[in-house]
Design a protein around this ligand. Structure first.
Ligand code: ADP
Length: 633
């Protein structure tokens, strides 16, 4: 006997027991879903076998009738879901069933809120599907054999859902997996075949694999017919049916089975493309972002079928990264059945399908934004930050994606302003779309850089996501209007006609800085500034910092340094408000030491006001205190 055959008792990873408890608690009000999860795992296993057997027919072991069977044993109190699909090896059982995708488990737990509605949806997205069995069972036995392995290489896994489970190598004649649920005493309703039947027919009609149950016994005692296995679902692939014949309910149920999401989808598009590259796509936008949306190797949600045969999950070539939240199915008629990920990489047909998918999703979003702005706002809340990756990734659709973006602005704290709305509200003579980037909304809103814009009533977009810097480095214009960071370059608003752009403006332009003052300041501030000049931006603050047009913005430099990346810090230009009393005070300061203190404090506070960090905060405080003390002189 090999060592492997020993029965081992293993502890679940610590987090797993916690997840189990949560699953059971959060899903209890929705307990039938366990059946959907297990049947959908079983049908996935069958589809995987169907695919692998295309290249290795021996995997079928002479039994090509692929099906899922659900049966009850009233005496034993068990419900069994059995498939003759791909099965699992001992190692695979350990990896998948014993660890619940352990890498994500901790993150998942952190994401849990304690609110049942939110959490049950998280659980669905997390994919603890198999563990939903413990909602109704106090013991679960899984017996499986990987297709192609000899019959003495079966695996029996068992757990009562406590802290541990057992695995042993056993004999199993048929390939595939039996999941046996030992039902809890108060869950015996699931031993009633009619109950099971009604649950399964509710969600499984469109599952492309036959699901069978034993027929009810009929006839009199002596002529009693043996019960037979009969298919209880239609077994047609939903996406192959005519759009007009599919109800919204069916679309929603189908979404739930393929996505393991307990929520309904936000929207979907279903298309059949005819011609030289024929395919069907059924794509869904979920309501909520999955908890691992920001994970680098987050799974894509589109499944690829070729002529009804499942080929692969997470077909990432079918959707760009910024649309990775889209779930659904693509069924291609003109691809070879033996496509591999490598082939997909360089396939013109796949490229065309992807282009079509993107077009359909963007079209769906455009329509939603126009016709159902409330719904679009929900979408934006869930997925807006991902959409912001779009312009960098998808050059061809840059303008379209830009049209879907939403921003906060000086006229709205919510991210609800579209670029089109912005352009509509532009002032006469305004040619640019102005924006500011900062760490927080408060920092953006109160930045001295906005003073003149507020005064003139010119709208400025407030960008406070980290990804915004990345976005703006790829978005240079929209509908021929250039973007302009208000903290960069020289500002010229003279062409813009606003109600108060009259004499006052001219007088301001005349309020020049004294050359001598500039020279004195430069001497004190040295290399910390690139230049010192009079500001067009300020109305209330004495000073602000800007960078040159071609330099990296100070905010981006901060983001990069927070991310631990070394980036050369842009040397700022200090702009002064010549009319401010402090600047006038500075001009009249005869004491060189106090002049230097004032100048440095001025520089440091300009840095602070735009959300920057001081190189030497203690010295700043020291200088400030010195100046405060001198008030009593
Ligand atoms: P998910 O289906 O979301 O991946 P589950 O917990 O339901 O999460 O299943 C975990 C994994 O266990 C599956 O991805 C699959 O690899 C394996 N598995 C579950 N049920 C079966 C089955 N009936 N046949 C083969 N493999 C299965």
């Amino acid at each position: 006997m090999s060592v492997e055959a020993h029965k081992e008792t293993m502890a679940f990873k610590a987090e797993v027991s916690q997840v189990l408890d949560l699953v059971i608690r959060s899903l209890y009000s929705n307990k039938e879903i366990f059946l959907r999860e297990l049947v959908s795992n079983a049908s996935d296993a069958i589809e995987k076998l169907r695919f692998e057997s295309l290249t290795d027919e021996s995997l079928l072991e002479g039994d090509g009738e692929l099906r899922v069977r659900v049966s009850v044993d009233k005496d034993a109190g068990t419900l069994t879901i059995s498939d003759n699909g791909i099965g699992m090896s001992r190692e695979e059982v350990g990896d998948t069933i014993g660890s619940i995708a352990s890498s994500g488990t901790r993150k998942f737990l952190e994401a849990m809120t304690g609110d049942a509605a939110t959490d049950s949806q998280l659980i669905g997205q997390f994919g603890v599907g198999f563990y939903s069995a413990f909602i109704v069972a106090d013991k679960v036995t899984l017996v499986t054999r990987r297709a192609g392995l000899p019959s003495n290489q079966g695996v029996r896994w068992e757990s009562t859902g406590g802290g541990d489970y057992t695995v042993e190598t056993v004999e199993k004649a048929g390939r595939g997996t039996d999941v046996i649920l030992h039902l809890k005493d108060d869950e015996k309703e699931f031993l009633e075949p009619w109950r099971i039947r009604s649950i399964i027919t509710k969600f499984s009609d469109h599952i492309a694999v036959p699901i069978e149950m034993l027929s009810e016994p009929t006839g009199e005692d002596d002529e009693k017919k043996e019960p037979e296995w009969e298919q209880i679902n239609k077994g047609t692939a939903l996406w192959q049916r005519n759009r007009a014949e599919i109800s919204d309910e069916e679309y929603k149920d189908f979404y739930k089975t393929i996505s393991h999401d307990f929520e309904e989808p936000l929207a979907w598009v279903h298309n059949r493309v005819e011609g030289t590259n024929e395919y069907t796509s059924l794509l869904y936008i979920p309501k909520n972002a999955p908890f691992d949306l920001w994970d680098r190797d987050q799974k894509h949600g589109v499944k690829l079928y070729v002529r009804r045969v499942f080929i692969m999950d997470e077909a990432d070539k079918l959707m760009p990264m910024y649309l990775r939240f889209v779930k659904g199915v693509v069924d291609a008629d003109d691809l070879p059945l033996n496509v591999s990920r490598e082939i997909l990489q360089h396939n013109r047909k796949i490229d065309a399908i992807r282009t079509g998918n993107v077009k359909r999703i963007l079209g769906l979003l455009e329509k939603m934004a126009k016709d159902e702005p409330g719904k679009y706002a929900d979408f934006w809340k869930a997925f807006g930050r991902v959409m912001k990756e779009g312009p960098a990734e998808d050059f061809a659709n840059k303008e379209k994606i830009a049209g879907l973006l939403r921003f906060a602005s000086t006229q709205s704290d919510d991210e609800s302003v579209s670029l089109d709305t912005y352009i509509e509200r532009m002032k006469e003579g305004q040619e640019k779309i102005y924006y500011i980037t900062a760490d927080t909304l408060a920092a953006a809103k109160n930045s001295p850089h906005l003073e003149i814009f507020k005064k003139k009533g010119i709208e400025v977009l407030l960008l406070t996501d980290r990804v915004d810097e990345w976005l703006m480095s790829h978005l240079t214009e929209y509908k021929e209007k250039a973007f302009q960071n208000v903290a960069k370059g020289e500002l010229d608003l003279s062409a813009i006609k606003t109600k108060d752009s009259t004499d006052e403006e001219e007088s301001k332009a005349e309020a020049m800085l004294d050359e001598k003052l500039i020279a004195r300041l430069k001497k004190v501030l040295g290399d910390t500034v690139k230049d010192i000049r009079a500001s067009e931006r300020l109305t209330d603050s004495p000073a602000c910092l800007v960078v040159e047009e071609q330099d990296m913005s100070s905010n981006l430099a901060r983001v990069l340094s927070q991310l631990g990346q070394d980036a050369p810090k842009p040397v700022p230009i200090m702009e002064l408000n010549a009319e401010h009393p402090l600047i006038q005070r500075l001009e009249s300061e005869a004491d060189e030491e106090r002049f230097a203190d004032l100048a440095k404090v001025l520089f440091d506070q300009a840095m602070l006001a735009e959300g920057g960090q001081l190189e030497d905060p203690a010295t700043f405080v020291h200088r400030l205190n010195k100046l405060m003390l001198s008030l009593t002189d």
